[in-house]
Design a protein around this ligand. Structure first.
Ligand code: GLN
Length: 543
């Protein structure tokens, strides 16, 4: 079922194989009709992750990137929508040479073609394919069919791993294997026998249950891998290795490890466990609520980026969810003072009007009270609005996203976006993916990038320092207002040289007040925290 950690399981298997000297790529298959995740509400779908090439994809692709430390692309993401779209396009182009195009085998064949394309292009030794959804549901049948056909075609080169959940009902207190047995039977119906079972549960698997699964699910005892809940997902590869998972996989495929090296990863996990001193970060956002539950999946890359930065500074990150709407209405000024409890505040990305005024007030509080602040995309836009209103005196300045008639549109739609919106072309039309950003020499952001760069000594300080960062937005800082904002002290510390667009803003005389039009969180990796997050957390600690 969803949420049991298939994505982290795939990432962890990948990490293990990588550590044994193999080149690994991962592909996510989502059974929904959506061509990509870009049009989905984050509360429903979780975060929309963006790759360098501008693919708006599932958050699992983010997990793969973080674990494997590889930049992935559109090829690594397959949905039912993408597959059907491609097959229909090929049919229209007569690529099936006049024959009848059928759901089976043409749809599974397209899936296989896409997987093989990744293999060819990347020259990887292993392609890990994650089939989303639940065994036995109608939606992913064609993908299981593709998997079955692939095994037939490639014989011993394909291995199946089932990630299954073992509930421990509270009243009974015993771990139950029946759902796993049923899942395997359903998989068998689809012509697939798992080679390995990852047994996800709250607790580790004991011997009797391992044996039971082995007997009833037709796998060897050594291939039933215990996968208990952990405090940090980065522990998972190490836990799997305790169960010898890497070796089992290699043995089944007749391969030998080329090297053995999880040392850096082990060190990271040790640091995570050892870091006791806290750093408290408040996230002022709005995509948390779902009925009685608080969901944080919508901001997963932001959370991970905070963690990476904090760990690199030997701190335990403590993250607090603050609903922006708290700061709207009459009580808001008293409530605002509560923000002082935190060491720093992040206002992440977002769309639509709800919560915007609350976020602006929170940002104003950070600016005036010298509380470290990091604004990501929408957060940067709102910081600009706050500055325009309260420092430059541009009353009711706004973004045309929230008030199309504002007298001071300090944030305005990117010109070519107007047409897309008018024609209701919402899918994959934002300013997406990696763009260049030239840093202003001497600025805080410039220094942050410089000091986090392991190649610092090689950066020629006389030359332009250009970084590449990922985007997802339709609005931008309006260049017409640059002069007045700059005159009143706003620093434009990052500029896209091709289009002359503001990419980073910061203020002087503040411990840390930085906003980025891009999403730095997408490029943070556990062993390579993003420079701006690192600098932000550093300032939070100093506070
Ligand atoms: N809604 C804003 C825009 O489209 C910000 C987007 C974001 O935060 N990703 O420009």
């Amino acid at each position: 079922m969803s949420g049991i950690g298939k994505g982290t399981a795939v990432s962890s298997v990948g990490k293990i194989l990588q550590s044994k000297g193999f080149k690994v790529q991962a592909v996510k298959i989502d059974p929904y009709i959506n061509v990509d995740a870009g049009t989905m509400n984050p509360i429903e779908h979780g975060e929309i992750f963006v790759t360098d090439d501008g693919t708006e994809c599932d958050q699992d692709v983010g997990n793969y990137e973080r674990f494997l430390d590889e930049n992935l692309s559109s090829d690594n993401y397959i949905t039912t929508g993408r597959v059907y779209q491609a097959v229909i396009r090929k049919e229209r182009n007569m690529e099936y040479k006049g024959r009848c195009v059928e759901v089976v085998p043409d749809i599974p064949n397209e899936v296989i073609y896409r997987i093989e394309k990744v293999a060819k292009k990347s020259k990887a030794d292993f392609i890990l394919i994650e089939i989303g959804g639940t065994v036995g549901e109608y939606q992913n049948l064609l993908f299981l069919e593709a998997a079955r056909m692939m095994r037939l075609k490639k014989n011993q080169n394909v291995l199946f791993i089932l990630v299954s959940y073992l509930p421990i009902p509270q009243k009974i207190g015993e771990m139950k294997t029946k759902p796993t047995q049923t899942a395997v039977r359903l998989l068998n119906e689809a012509g697939i026998q798992p080679d390995i079972i990852l047994a996800r549960s709250r607790l580790p698997l004991d011997e009797p249950r391992k044996r039971k699964i082995s007997t009833f699910c037709n796998v060897q005892r050594e291939d039933v891998i215990s996968a208990p809940d952990v405090d940090s997902i980065y522990e998972i590869p190490l836990n799997f290795e305790k169960e010898n998972l890497g070796q089992r996989i290699l043995k089944k495929l007749g391969l030998k490890a080329r090297k053995k090296n999880l040392t850096d990863w082990k060190k990271l996990v040790e640091t995570i466990k050892k870091s006791k001193k806290q750093v408290k970060i408040g996230i002022v956002g709005k995509y948390f609520g779902s009925g009685n539950f608080t969901l944080t999946d919508s901001y997963i890359s932001v959370i991970e980026a905070i963690k990476h930065a904090a760990w690199s500074l030997k701190r335990k990150p403590k993250i607090y969810w603050i609903s922006a709407e708290n700061y709207e209405g009459r009580l808001s000024s008293r409530r605002l003072k509560e923000l002082k409890k935190y060491d720093g505040i992040i206002v992440p990305g977002g769309f639509g009007k709800r919560g915007v005024e609350g976020k602006i007030r929170a940002i104003g509080f950070c600016r005036e009270n010298k509380l470290p602040f990091l604004g990501l995309c929408l957060g940067m836009q709102l910081a600009t609005i706050e500055f325009a209103r309260n420092v430059c005196g541009l009353r009711n300045a706004n973004s045309t996203e929230f008030n199309p008639k504002t007298k001071y549109p300090v944030i305005d739609i990117i010109p070519e976006q107007k047409k897309f919106l008018r024609e209701k072309k919402y899918g994959a039309t934002m300013r997406l993916g990696a763009y260049r950003c030239e840093l202003k020499t001497g600025s805080r952001s410039w220094r942050a990038y410089l000091s986090s760069n392991p190649l610092t000594k090689k950066v020629n300080l006389k030359k332009k320092y250009i970084v590449s960062e990922r985007h997802r937005h339709r609005y931008e800082l309006n260049n017409k207002f640059r002069k007045i904002l700059e005159k009143k002290g706003l620093v434009f510390s990052g500029i896209n040289p091709e289009r002359n667009l503001v990419e980073i803003i910061e203020t002087k005389d503040h411990p840390f007040f930085v906003g980025t039009q891009f999403h730095p969180e997408f490029k943070s990796r556990p062993l390579r925290p993003h420079p701006l997050f690192r600098e932000f957390v550093k300032r939070c600690i100093k506070k």
